[in-house]
Design a protein around this ligand. Structure first.
Ligand SMILES: NC(=O)c1ccc[n+]([C@@H]2O[C@H](COP(=O)([O-])OP(=O)(O)OC[C@H]3O[C@@H](n4cnc5c(N)ncnc54)[C@H](OP(=O)(O)O)[C@@H]3O)[C@@H](O)[C@H]2O)c1
Length: 348
């Protein structure tokens, strides 16, 4: 039987996490047609959650329950594809995962059953970053998931932000699922070993003296010049785009990005001036950039394929910290700090 009452983290208005997020009692879930009710076990905090809370997501206004990733157990179902007791994970485009029970319509393909060996916290941090990583490399980046390559002949990939949520999955997808023969990660030196563990062949530690001038990278690594098939940027800073895009990509190869190039796109509201600057940069790069420039917008269509790799253990979600749902504000602040290695996941 479904409970009459449950709890949710509600973003009441825009502002600092500890002032505007409240953990509240809400009416219990009600099963609708073509839906499932998921007893949420884990749901990650993504940058979009704190950007929304900060008032930086156009067209979305509070009050709202954030959370686009979910993992949990089906406790009621009106669809033939999922039964009570199924452990599931995926993405809810309509948000709402930061609560104890989620009523979800799975018809867009964003929900898949979990392998028995997959822990909830890893599953609950998977969908948004994995879909974003995949779309950046494949749909926008041109890598071919079904192609077999001779040893050493696979694509060459460079990933900016290789230690973050999207980046650490992008490295694994490139190396373990998409045939890349050479993967370079860009991250801070404290995370270089982690990036290598994820599958990077080489790491550009951007805070190390030898790499500080990234426009000299091609002098340091002449064999890299014009050799990459895709650069996937999950940070979005000018610091990376200008030196890396024209120097390292082969002609025609794309610079894909998950992150908009906007100053201050953290936990504070973006100024009008920064927003205008961002539109200018995207326009300039798209029309006049030395290489194709593509903003990544992922869909759920590939979730079954990607979830299969996660279920097999081919792609692992690294969880830096599990935080109880009641302490969502702490999780928001951690993610907004921009230095998370892998994921921060709320657990119920
Ligand atoms: N397009 C979409 O639909 C979509 C979907 C998901 C995410 N996104 C966006 O993609 C971006 C990345 O998401 P995420 O979940 O991967 O974020 P994340 O986990 O918070 O990324 C953190 C990583 O970024 C690196 N970093 C932070 N600031 C940096 C700086 N100034 N210079 C260099 N590296 C820096 C850090 O690595 P080091 O400490 O090692 O430098 C950290 O490991 C966010 O802006 C997010 O909003 C977009």
């Amino acid at each position: 039987m479904l409970p009459a009452k449950a709890h949710a983290v509600i973003t009441q208005k825009t502002g600092p996490a500890n002032e505007v997020l409240s953990f509240e009692e809400v009416p219990g879930p009600v099963l609708k047609p073509n839906s499932v009710v998921i007893k949420v076990a884990a749901a990650s905090v993504n940058p979009v959650d704190f950007k929304f809370r900060a008032g930086n997501i156009a067209g979305m206004s509070p009050p709202k329950i954030a959370g686009g990733d979910v993992a949990g157990t089906i406790v009621a179902s009106s669809v033939p594809t999922f039964a009570v007791g199924d452990r599931v994970f995926g993405r809810t485009k309509s948000w709402g995962a930061h609560q104890e029970y989620l009523v979800h319509d799975p018809s867009d393909g964003g929900l898949v059953k979990m392998a028995p060996s997959l822990p909830f916290e890893e599953a609950g941090g998977a969908a948004i970053v994995a879909l974003t990583a995949y779309y950046g490399l494949v749909n926008y980046g041109g890598l071919l998931p079904d192609k077999e390559f001779e040893a050493g002949k696979g694509p060459r990939v460079l990933i900016v932000g290789a230690s973050g949520g999207v980046g650490h999955v992008a490295v694994q997808l490139a190396k373990r699922c998409l045939g890349a023969s050479f993967v370079v990660g860009v991250c801070s030196s404290k995370n270089a070993a982690f990036a290598r563990q994820m599958g990077c062949d080489e790491v550009v530690e951007y805070d190390k003296e030898e790499f500080k001038q990234l426009d000299k990278l091609a002098d340091l690594k002449p064999e890299w010049k014009g050799s990459f098939d895709v650069i996937y940027d999950t940070v979005g800073s000018d610091v990376f785009y200008h030196p890396l895009a024209p120097l390292l990509l082969r002609p025609g190869a794309p610079y894909t990005t998950a992150a908009v190039p906007v100053d201050g796109a953290g936990a504070k509201p973006v100024s009008l001036w920064s927003a205008v600057g961002m539109i200018g940069k995207v326009g300039y790069r798209t029309v006049l950039g030395a290489r194709p420039y593509r903003m990544v917008i992922p869909d759920n269509k590939e979730w079954t394929r990607i979830a299969g790799w996660i279920n097999e253990g081919k792609v692992k979600i690294h969880v830096q910290e599990k935080i109880p749902l009641q302490e969502a504000a702490r999780a928001h602040d951690l993610v907004a700090g921009g230095r998370v290695v892998g994921k921060v996941v709320l657990v119920v």
